[in-house]
Design a protein. Structure first.
Length: 626
C-alpha cells in the first residue's frame, strides 16, 4: 500500500464525511418536518393529563386490607368491596385461569382468559440456537391490554377474567380461518370483546376490539383508550451481545420515515404524532402491532437486562393511545405480525415500509442490497441450497463485475511502478530540504507521462459501496441463519474453533476461523503489494498497511461467519486477478509508451485552457489601464 493509496483512502473518508454533511437536513427542512408532525398532533397534553388523573384515582381506590388473608370475610362483604373497587366489572374480577391455543402451520398462539390476551407466541418453523422452539414472548411478565376510565375508576383489562365464546381450548386448522372471541361482561347488555382471527399459512393475527354499550360506563367525555403492550425479549441466537445490539423498537409515523430507539442503551421516546405501526424487533424476528387507523400517539421504551444468566435481552414497552368514540357500538381493527425478519416475507405482508426494520444500510448501500444483492442471492437459492456455494458464486459475480475497475487500478499502479527509477533520480538531484520542489517535479513527470497519481484510488472508491453493502447484508441476512458450511454451524454468527472462556475486550471469548483466514490472506496480499508498489520504503506506510488487517481481525471476530468467508474469498479471487493482470500488462512496453508520451506536448484540459484564457484577458485589461 503506497503513500498515494493511503492519501486516497483518507480522501475517500473525507468524501463520505462531506457527503454526510451535505445531505444533513437544513434547519428549514427540520422545522418543516416538525411543523408537519405538530399539525396532526391530537390533544396530546389533554391525553397525558387524563392518564395522570386515572392513576391518581386508582391509587385512592386501593382499599384492600393487609390482614384480609388471615381473616375469614363473609362473601357479602367481599362482593361489596369488589363492587366498590371495580363497579359493574366486579363479577369479572375473580375466576379460574384457562388457556386456549390457536395455531396454523406457521404460528402457535396461546391465549389466557385472564385479560383475554395472547400470553405466548411460538413460531413453528424455526428453532433457537439451542434447538428449542422460537418463542417471541411469554409468561406473566407480558402486558397486553386496554386501559380506560369508567365510573371514576381506572380499568385495566388484564386484571379481569374474560369469557371465551368457544367450547374448544385447541383451535388447529391449516385450511380455514379460525376465530376466538373473549368477552368481558360489564353488566346487562354491556360487554367488551377481544376478537382474534388467524388465517391459514399466515404470520398475521387479526385483532378486533368490539364494545357494546360500554359508553354507559365510560361516559361521553372519554375520547381515547390506552393499549399497553410489554414483552421481555428472550435470547434466540448464539451471539447474545450482537443480538442485544440488534434488539430495539422500530416505529413508523404516518406519512413519514421509519425510526427506531437506540440499540446500545436504554431509551425512551414520546411519539407525539400519529403512528402507523410499532415493532418489537430482534435480530431475526419481530412482533409488529399495526393499526388500520393510525394510533394517535405513543410512548415507547426499552430497558436492557444486565443479568445474562436470565437469557433475556431487553424489556420493550409501548403505551399506545387509541381513538375512541363513546357510542353504543364501537369496532377497532388491528393486526399483529409475528414472524421472521426475512426481506421477501415482510415485503408480502402489505405493511408499508416494514422491510426497513432489517438494517440493510442507508442510501446507496441499502439500494445495492435491496435491488442487486438480495435478488441475486434469492435467484441462486432457487437452484442451489448450499449457502457456502451461493456466497462463492455471488463473490465471483461481484469480482467479475468489478474487474474492469480492478484492472484500471492495477494499470495505474503499474505505471507508477515503472516510473519509480525516474522518481529516484529526481530525489537524488533535488535536495531533501526542498520537498515542494521535489513534489512539483514528480507531478510534472507524471503529467508528461500521462499518469494520474489518483488513478489507483478512484476505482477503489467506486468499489466501496459494494463492500459496505456486504458489511450490512451478511449479519442481517435471515437466509444465513443456522445454515452450516464446512466447520461453521451457523453462517449468521461467528464460527468459533477455540473458546477461551475469558472475554477479551473487543475481540471476544473465542477465535473465528474464517475471520483468521481473512486476516492472514489480507496480510499476504498487503506484503505482495508492498513489494510491487513504489514508495513502500516509508516505515510509517508499511506499519499502517499491516496494522489495518490486524484491526479487522478484532472487528470481524464477532461478526457473521458469512461475511468473513466472503472477504476471504474476495482476497483469494483478488490474488488470481492480480496474477492475470500482471500477465496481461507488459511493463517494458508500458514504460516505452510512457516515455513516448513525455515527447508529446501535454494536452490541456478544457478547464485549464479556459483558466489560461481568463488570465490572459485580465493581463490585457491591466495593460490597457496603464
Amino acid at each position: 500500500m503506497n503513500r498515494n493509496t493511503v492519501i486516497g483512502i483518507v480522501l475517500i473518508v473525507l468524501i463520505f464525511v462531506l457527503f454526510g454533511i451535505l445531505n444533513k437536513p437544513s434547519k428549514e427542512e427540520i422545522a418543516k418536518a416538525q411543523h408537519r408532525r405538530d399539525s396532526i398532533e391530537q390533544v396530546i397534553k389533554d391525553s397525558l393529563a387524563r392518564v395522570a388523573l386515572q392513576k391518581s384515582v386508582t391509587e385512592k381506590q386501593e382499599i384492600v386490607q393487609k390482614d384480609t388473608a388471615a381473616t375469614i370475610v363473609p362473601d357479602s362483604v367481599v362482593n361489596k368491596m369488589m363492587k366498590e373497587k371495580y363497579g359493574e366489572l366486579s363479577a369479572a374480577a375473580k375466576g379460574d385461569t384457562v388457556f386456549y391455543i390457536m395455531e396454523n402451520n406457521k404460528v402457535r398462539i396461546t391465549f389466557t382468559n385472564k385479560g383475554g390476551r395472547p400470553c405466548k407466541i411460538e413460531l413453528k418453523e424455526y428453532k433457537t440456537f439451542q434447538k428449542e422452539p422460537v418463542v417471541l414472548w411469554q409468561g406473566d411478565s407480558t402486558i397486553f391490554g386496554l386501559n380506560f376510565f369508567a365510573q371514576n375508576r381506572n380499568i385495566e383489562t388484564q386484571q379481569f377474567y374474560f369469557k371465551a365464546l368457544s367450547n374448544d381450548t385447541l383451535l388447529n386448522d391449516t385450511m380455514h380461518a379460525q376465530t376466538l372471541t373473549f368477552r368481558l361482561v360489564a353488566g346487562e347488555h354491556r360487554y367488551l370483546d377481544f376478537i382474534y382471527e388467524l388465517e391459514p399459512n399466515s404470520y398475521q393475527l387479526k385483532y378486533t376490539i368490539h364494545s357494546k354499550n360500554l359508553n354507559e360506563l365510560t361516559g361521553n367525555n372519554i375520547d381515547y383508550m390506552v393499549f399497553d403492550w410489554q414483552i421481555n425479549a428472550p435470547q434466540l441466537e448464539r451471539n447474545v451481545s450482537f443480538e442485544k445490539t440488534n434488539t430495539t423498537i422500530y416505529y413508523k409515523y404516518e406519512g413519514d420515515e421509519v425510526n427506531n430507539l437506540s440499540e446500545t442503551k436504554d431509551a425512551k421516546e414520546d411519539l407525539r404524532t400519529r403512528v402507523k405501526w410499532i415493532a418489537f424487533k430482534q435480530q431475526f424476528f419481530s412482533s409488529v402491532f399495526l393499526a388500520d387507523e393510525p394510533f394517535l400517539n405513543a410512548t415507547v421504551e426499552t430497558k436492557q437486562f444486565a443479568d445474562t444468566a436470565s437469557h433475556l435481552l431487553k424489556q420493550m414497552r409501548a403505551e399506545i393511545t387509541l381513538s375512541y368514540e363513546p357510542q353504543s357500538e364501537v369496532n377497532k381493527t388491528f393486526r399483529f405480525y409475528f414472524g421472521p425478519n426475512h426481506f421477501n416475507t415482510m415485503k408480502k405482508q402489505g405493511i408499508e415500509d416494514l422491510v426497513k426494520v432489517i438494517p440493510l444500510g442507508w442510501g446507496i448501500f441499502g439500494w445495492i442490497n435491496r435491488f442487486i444483492v438480495i435478488p441475486v442471492f434469492n435467484f441462486l437459492n432457487g437452484f442451489i441450497h448450499n449457502y457456502g456455494i451461493i456466497i462463492l458464486i455471488l463473490t465471483i459475480l461481484i469480482k467479475l463485475i468489478l474487474f474492469p475497475l480492478t484492472f484500471k487500478s492495477y494499470q495505474a499502479t503499474a505505471k507508477m511502478r515503472v516510473l519509480k527509477p525516474q522518481i529516484d533520480e529526481l530525489q537524488k538531484k533535488i535536495p531533501k530540504d526542498k520537498p515542494m520542489e521535489l513534489q512539483q517535479a514528480t507531478m510534472s513527470l507524471y503529467k508528461k507521462a500521462g499518469v494520474n497519481p489518483m488513478g489507483g484510488c478512484l476505482p477503489m472508491l467506486l468499489q466501496l459501496p459494494i463492500l459496505f453493502a456486504m458489511f450490512k447484508f451478511f449479519p442481517s441476512s435471515f437466509e444465513l441463519r443456522q445454515q452450516s458450511f464446512l466447520w461453521a454451524t451457523d453462517l449468521s454468527t461467528y464460527d468459533s474453533i477455540w473458546d477461551f472462556h475469558v472475554n477479551i475486550p473487543v475481540f471476544g471469548d473465542h477465535l473465528s476461523l474464517f475471520c483468521l483466514l481473512m486476516t492472514v490472506s489480507t496480510l499476504i496480499y498487503t506484503y505482495q503489494q508492498n513489494k510491487l508498489n513504489p514508495n513502500t520504503s516509508m516505515p510509517s506506510m508499511k506499519f499502517i498497511s499491516y496494522l489495518m488487517p490486524i484491526m479487522f481481525l478484532f472487528i470481524f471476530n464477532n461478526y457473521s461467519a458469512g461475511l468473513s468467508y466472503y472477504l476471504f474469498l474476495a482476497n483469494i479471487i483478488t490474488f488470481i486477478q492480480t496474477d492475470v493482470t500482471r500477465r496481461l500488462i507488459n511493463e517494458e512496453k508500458l514504460l516505452a509508451q510512457l516515455n513516448e508520451n513525455k515527447k508529446k506536448p501535454v494536452k490541456k484540459s478544457r478547464f485549464q485552457a479556459r483558466m489560461e484564457e481568463i488570465t490572459r484577458q485580465q493581463q490585457a485589461q491591466m495593460k490597457k489601464k496603464r
